[in-house]
Design a protein around this ligand. Structure first.
Ligand code: ATP
Ligand code: MG
Length: 452
């Protein structure tokens, strides 16, 4: 249909008995939407990531439906439906906590990019688009063949227009169409390739991988809001460490997190890497335990190398410690936000986490209690623990504050007023330039804490 889609294949229908997707694995909400659309005479398919995930025995995150019904048609069929999207109207059908996204087939390169109105291509990028299409067109505008499979509720078969079924069996991500063109249209597809390969354990086909070297730089022009969303999917969805390593391996880290890439390459980079990897592994563990995770903490980790190095430099130049930390925190966030949006509320938390770090080294009684009572203490303390890789002194500080929290208030107060501050100080303090007054290496310090 389109010369720019050379790998377009003829329609292949995989009948129910030849594939493993069972209705039992589909959410009740999605099934209801599929059946009701079908009964009303519309085509109704489960599509995208859900079909892919079910074919490899995974648990889909959400179930998306594609149909030839327009959003208005969908709204007429479902009372629990709202239409969203400026660009492409989409229907959200709501069943309690479950939201089923219902999209009308899109044609002519119609895309998930934030667009509005009729299609327009500027410098090869789609900037405006609003064309409904056929199911085949809908398949061809998707990114990877594995993401372009349609599960048909009418006969439970899977429809494959692009060779996606075999690619899923081979565990490979292959772009639909000409890779250069598809990445130019939407550079975020490069990140999606890397993220999905990390998440699914799929390889990226050589043709889909080859353009990264030349086109990776296009990600520096991608809308920061989209890169924020994509970063959350990469780092806060349970596969953060794998995604991070894949980003580095494929040479795309620098285009999205340039400050992180630079800090990893500089002196002290290996230590910083250990902190980043510990942060990502900890986040992945929390996600797998269904605990809450915040982008602020993880972004604080990713940018810590840059913040710390720049603060040390300023302090060495004679800038007062507090001023240096505040200023540098602000600068680093502003710099990173040019690439990946950092909503203000997260930026604030990141600044607090960073600027509290030097305060852990100060063991004056009043300051210890003030820090323990700080609303951001917990996050800053968790962050301090991650930094253990930076050296024995930091690891020791972490142990001291762990103990301080479990020590009864009065006991701690007593210790802090009787012991000379220097005796309570850990065997070091970092960053070095920041230290003030009373910090002296002390063997007694560790003896004092360890014996408790
Ligand atoms: P996940 O399991 O992480 O949600 P997904 O493939 O479902 O992965 P979504 O962002 O939910 O990813 O997108 C749903 C579907 O929309 C994809 O499977 C793909 O078919 C299509 N799609 C998403 N982003 C793009 C894009 N940038 N270009 C083309 N198609 C896209
Ligand atoms: Mg999805």
């Amino acid at each position: 249909m389109n010369e720019s889609n050379p790998n377009q294949a003829a329609l292949r229908i995989i009948p129910r008995e030849a594939h493993c997707i069972s209705r039992k694995q589909i959410s009740s909400g999605a099934l209801r939407v599929l059946y009701r659309l079908n009964e009303a005479g519309y085509a109704a398919y489960l599509v995208g990531g859900a079909v892919r995930d079910l074919l490899i025995g995974g648990q889909p995150k959400d179930f998306d439906v594609a149909t030839d019904a327009t959003p208005e048609d969908v709204r007429r069929l479902f009372r629990n439906c709202r239409l969203i999207g400026r660009r492409f109207r989409l229907a959200h059908v709501v069943f309690g906590p479950e939201i089923v996204e219902v999209a009308t087939f899109r044609g002519n390169g119609g895309d998930d990019i934030d667009t509005d109105g009729d299609r327009q291509v500027v410098d090869g990028r789609i900037v405006r688009d609003n064309v409904w299409g056929t199911i085949e067109e809908d398949a061809l505008r998707r990114d990877f063949t594995a993401n372009a499979l349609y599960y048909d509720i009418a006969d439970f078969s899977v429809r494959d227009y692009v060779g996606g079924y075999d690619d899923v069996q081979r565990r490979v991500l292959r772009l639909i169409g000409d890779p250069l063109q598809r990445y130019r249209e939407d550079p975020v597809r490069m990140l999606r390739a890397v993220r999905l390969s990390a998440k699914l354990g799929f390889s990226i086909s050589p043709e889909a991988r080859a353009p990264f070297t030349d086109l990776g730089v296009l990600l520096t022009q991608a809308p920061p809001a989209r890169l924020f969303d994509e970063s959350l999917k990469m780092f806060l969805a349970g596969n953060g460490l794998k995604s991070f390593r894949a980003l580095e391996q494929f040479g795309l880290l620098g285009a999205v997190f340039p400050l992180t890439a630079r800090a990893l390459a500089f002196r002290g980079g290996e230590t910083f890497r250990a902190v980043v990897e510990a942060g990502l592994a900890g986040t992945d563990a929390r996600v797998s335990e269904d605990k809450s995770v915040t982008p602020a903490f993880l972004f604080a980790v990713l940018l810590w190398g840059a913040v710390r190095a720049q603060a040390e430099r300023e302090i060495a130049r004679g800038v007062e410690s507090n001023v240096a930390w505040q200023r540098v925190s602000h600068q680093v966030i502003a710099e990173q936000a040019k690439h990946v949006a950092i909503p203000r509320r997260f930026g604030q938390v990141m600044q607090e986490i960073w600027t509290l770090q030097p305060r852990f080294a100060d063991r004056q009684k009043k300051k210890v209690f003030r820090l323990l009572a700080h609303p951001r203490f917990r996050g800053a303390y968790d962050f301090l623990l991650l930094r253990a890789a930076e050296g024995d002194d930091i690891a020791e500080l972490g142990r001291w504050w762990t103990r301080a929290q479990s020590t009864p208030h009065e006991t701690l107060a007593e210790e802090l007023s009787t012991a000379p501050s220097s005796a309570l100080a850990p065997a070091g303090d970092a960053p070095k330039k920041r230290r003030r007054r009373r910090r002296r290496p002390s063997a007694q310090a560790s003896a004092a804490t360890d014996s408790q």
